[in-house]
Design a protein around this ligand. Structure first.
Ligand code: MN3
Length: 240
């Protein structure tokens, strides 16, 4: 994209966001680029950095083409549709289908972001062991050795029940890496989205006072939200 196209896209994006009364933080940088088009406000299918046959013989060209152009595209479309439906729900104040579209948004959002990252963490020039000392040290600290990491990662991935993912993540409280499994690709979360406000709706969080009246509890919750802390989490997440 040349500078003029970039400016045009940026201005269109600014107009769109301005019309919606929104601003995006300047420092927010996507972990996987080209997953969202600010000019239309829609998520988009990112292009691969390599051709469909570039990972042969390890991953075949036909699988790559179907996986990227059909499966990933379907997640992008599903995410956009779900977010439109949730916007409609807010406009009409009809939240009767919020459970369905919330599930859809996280299933397709999880799919979109995990695949965008998946394409990036593979390369025709990949393989071997990490050369970056920071990552190497983190793997050794967290798993004992590269071999320990590899065996753990493969075992966890091989043992995912049904469809899903094996995932290594940075856990910011300890600074260590962790390996976990994701069944399907969501379990109602959107990977890469950073939590900044949460309410515990397990019964143990409200049953003594509210019994089965969860709606009364979530209403009451709004009287105790610490918005300064939410803002701190927002700033930290937006700063990357
Ligand atoms: Mn897939």
């Amino acid at each position: 994209m040349n500078r003029r196209e970039f400016l045009k896209k940026s201005l269109a994006g600014a107009a769109f966001l301005g019309a919606a009364g929104l601003t995006v933080p300047k420092s927010a940088s996507a972990i996987a680029a080209d997953t969202f088009d600010a000019s239309t406000g829609k998520y988009i299918l990112p292009e691969l950095d390599y051709s469909y046959d570039a990972l042969e013989p390890y991953i075949d060209a036909q699988t790559m083409e179907l996986h990227h152009s059909r499966h990933h595209q379907a997640y992008v479309n599903g995410l956009n549709t779900a977010l439109e439906k949730l916007a409609e729900a807010r406009e009409t104040d009809d939240f009767s289908t919020v459970k369905h579209w919330s599930r859809e948004s996280t299933f397709h959002g999880g799919g979109h972001f995990l695949h965008a990252l998946f394409w990036k963490v593979m390369s025709p020039n990949g393989g071997g062991e990490p050369t970056d000392s920071g990552l190497r040290n983190a793997i050794n600290r967290s798993f004992g050795s590269f071999d320990g990491f590899k065996r753990h990662f493969m075992a966890a991935s091989n043992a995912v029940e049904g469809s899903g993912w094996g995932i290594m993540s940075f856990e910011p409280n300890s600074g260590n890496l962790v390996i976990h499994q994701a069944e399907r690709q969501s379990d109602l979360t959107m990977w890469v989205a950073s939590p900044i406000l949460m309410v515990d709706v397990w019964e143990h969080a409200y049953y003594l006072r509210y019994q089965n009246r969860r709606a009364a509890y979530t209403e009451a919750f709004f009287n105790v939200i610490n918005w300064d802390e939410v803002a701190r989490l927002y700033d930290a997440a937006a700063a990357g």
